[in-house]
Design a protein around this ligand. Structure first.
Ligand code: 13P
Ligand code: 13P
Ligand code: MG
Ligand code: MG
Length: 390
């Protein structure tokens, strides 16, 4: 059986209004452009979350294919033209290069791709996030593939009992490691728990019916701030997961998002807030440019077509997660510009805050204690304990 590839390639080409949502003309242009120029594709679906345009693609060209990536780059350029005409906010925000050179990675857009041997039924879900960073996938995907309290199949399905392997990227040192669950569970948590530095990239099955070298989940890990060297908007990641028959059931995949974990991003990419799972209608970030959202597009993929898209988070069973996220929003907002609502300083490095602090640098004077210590250094001799009266 020949391999098929599902790709999500995404970019913010302009928000409507502000950074909150998507103008319908942008999506129409993407649809039109892919329809007229997408002969390299078997099928596509144009989606969005907040101000991010997500191209969900089916093809047989494998990962990192120049033709597929170039098509997306050109689609984003065509959509940016529309954004400029409409004077949308941040037109072309994520297109950080003037030209395309073989691969869209490193140019600004985010990419998640799965290349695999299709089974007779292939449920696959695209998770799209706005106002957060790639590490926001660490917790839900860990729960899906390693936590039996989320995924009962890890315990009761012999096809999943050998667990899964996690490919984790260190985005600061630009290196990666593959760790195996359940044997190395605590090491996996040690890394994935530090979500701003270690981000989950792919998941592979350890046993069961699926090929061990074909990833069953993938996440975009592109860090815009590191590409741009300054803050131009959050990374707003995407993830793809296959489900059922040797993998977590659809319900186990979705269950991982029923806990509205705290993620970083939100207003000016500088705040912690709850990740709210929402249906398509509610995939818009208005309150304080948020709170951060995740929406899902689920498909029964065939080799020829993505088929119809379903909207799983529309389910009222996620209402309590949304209610909790709204309560957390009220609570965190009361901190205003104070931590832990505002991110810690090291995470503010790529925002505009360093410019504000720079303006204050000449106003700082050394504390008297430090000056005294520094000045006394040359003549300093240790005082015998007895003289101090101890
Ligand atoms: P059905 O019996 O409805 O196919 O469900 C099986 C299952 O495993 C649900 O998680
Ligand atoms: P985006 O990354 O979604 O463009 O949001 C940027 C921002 O500053 C929101 O306040
Ligand atoms: Mg934006
Ligand atoms: Mg965005």
């Amino acid at each position: 059986m020949s391999l098929i590839t599902v790709s999500i390639i995404k970019a913010d080409v302009g928000g409507f209004p502000g950074h909150g949502g998507m103008h319908p003309d942008i999506k129409s242009r993407a649809q039109e452009y892919l329809r007229d120029n997408g002969s390299v594709l078997s099928d596509f679906h144009v989606a969005h979350v907040g101000d991010d345009l997500d191209l969900i693609l089916l093809h047989d060209k494998g990962e990192d294919n120049t033709g597929v990536h170039k098509l997306c780059w050109d689609t984003f350029l065509a959509c940016t033209e529309v954004a400029r005409e409409l004077r949308l906010y941040g037109a072309g925000q994520d297109l950080l290069s003037d030209s395309f050179s073989g691969n869209i990675k490193g140019l600004g857009p985010g990419v998640a791709e799965l290349c695999f041997t299709p089974r007779k039924s292939e449920p696959i879900t695209a998770f799209l996030m706005d106002k957060t960073e790639p590490g926001a996938f660490n917790l839900p995907f860990f729960k899906m593939f390693a936590d039996p309290f989320n995924t009962a199949g890890l315990v009761i399905d012999p096809a999943m009992h050998d667990g899964f392997s996690f490919e984790i990227w260190d985005v600061e040192e630009h290196r990666k490691v593959v760790l195996h669950s359940p044997e190395e569970l605590y090491d996996i948590i040690a890394l994935l728990g530090a979500k701003s530095r270690y981000v989950l990239k792919r998941v592979f099955p350890n046993g069961g019916p699926l090929p061990k070298d074909e990833a069953v989940a993938a996440i975009s890990t592109d860090k815009l701030s590191q590409i741009a060297g300054k803050y131009v908007g959050k990374d707003d990641p995407v993830g793809l997961v296959r489900a059922q028959a040797g993998l977590p059931a659809m319900g186990e995949v979705l269950e991982a998002f029923a806990f509205p974990q705290i993620v970083s991003g939100w207003m000016r990419g500088s705040h912690n807030g709850p990740l709210m799972p929402v249906g398509w209608e509610d995939a818009v970030c208005t309150r304080f440019d948020g709170p951060p959202r995740v929406t899902a597009y689920a498909f029964q993929v065939t080799p020829e077509s993505l088929g119809r898209a379903a909207d799983p988070f529309r389910d009222i069973a996620f209402d309590n997660a949304r209610r909790t996220a709204n309560d957390i929003t009220d609570y965190l907002r009361r901190h205003g510009p104070f931590e832990p609502h505002r991110l810690p300083l090291q995470d503010m490095e790529y925002t505009t805050l360093p410019q504000v602090l720079e303006g204050l640098s000449s106003r700082f004077v050394s504390l008297p204690e430090a000056a005294a210590k520094g000045g006394a250094k040359a003549s300093h001799k240790a005082t015998p304990r007895a003289e101090k009266g101890h």
